[in-house]
Design a protein around this ligand. Structure first.
Ligand SMILES: [Zn+2]
Length: 269
């Protein structure tokens, strides 16, 4: 039951993410008009708008003008349901109540994906996404703490709010100091705002852990890409996708897991 629901919801939300990913950076409404082809402007009928199936059926082309639809659209529609199914096995990062925790990690997964894809293609994280994502995170914190008998909703809210603010200020300070030394911005302002969003959902420790993982994974991948000459030295690299990945790994395994991993690594080295 949960599998089927996760797959259905995941592919539908994946399809919606595609709309958001295209329209939000262009300042267009995500509700109106309904989906249409960007080449021939024909409205896409609902039976050509079924996630994954339609894309494969039409072989990635518009039904009317045969314009090519980027394969990354299919990728999101497949990736989202896979992550939704994985989330069924997630660490209880938000709550010990299974369903409540699942709702939380599913919503946050959508933000992780949206920000990763938009930052990857535009090098920007739109403020409207940071704003709605953080408000959703803080609201969810209040709701999940209200339901739990052991937590205080107000303390949880203030803690996550301050965590986010601290994350923002810390990264901005690092950027400022690095800029003083090498006269170059290591991170964009969007990354600091993104830390605020992550902190508003999972608090200080989780936020810092997400950042550490992002630096670690991003560093290795960038090094590999430099070695095989896929990127040039000094080329702009979006950090948002790595923060998304780091944040997701922290949510999925729990921050304590990663803290013990780092402790082990530092013991052996
Ligand atoms: Zn078309």
């Amino acid at each position: 039951m949960f599998y089927l629901l996760s797959i259905l919801l995941g592919s539908s939300f994946g399809s919606f993410l595609n709309v958001c990913r295209y329209r939000i950076p262009r300042n267009e409404s995500i509700i109106y008009p309904s989906s249409f082809c960007r080449e021939c402007l024909s409205e896409i009928k609902w039976y050509f708008n079924i996630p994954v199936i339609s894309w494969i059926w039409l072989k990635g082309n518009c039904y009317y003008c045969k314009a090519n639809i980027n394969v990354s659209y299919l990728f999101i529609e497949i990736l989202t349901p896979i992550l939704f199914v994985l989330n069924l096995y997630s660490f209880p990062i938000f709550s010990n109540y299974f369903l409540l925790n699942l709702v939380g990690i599913d919503i946050l997964t959508l933000y992780f994906l949206l920000i990763a894809f938009i930052d990857f293609s535009t090098y920007k994280i739109p403020n409207i996404i940071i704003l709605t994502g953080s408000i959703t995170g803080l609201s969810f914190t209040i709701i999940s703490k209200l339901i739990s008998p052991f937590d205080n909703a107000l303390i949880g809210f203030i803690f996550n709010l301050l965590s986010g603010l601290l994350g923002f200020i810390l990264l901005e300070s690092i950027v400022f100091l690095v800029a003083l030394i090498i006269n170059k911005n290591a991170f964009g302002m969007g990354d600091s705002k993104y830390l605020f969003l992550i902190g508003s959902w999972i608090g200080f420790k989780g936020m810092v852990m997400s950042f550490v993982l992002a630096i670690f994974i991003g560093g290795i991948i960038t090094l590999l890409l430099l070695l095989i000459s896929k990127i040039r030295r000094g080329q702009k690299i979006p950090f948002g996708p790595y923060l998304s990945l780091g944040g997701y790994l922290v949510c999925f395994y729990g921050e304590e897991f990663w803290i013990s991993v780092i402790r082990k690594i530092s013991l052996y080295s």
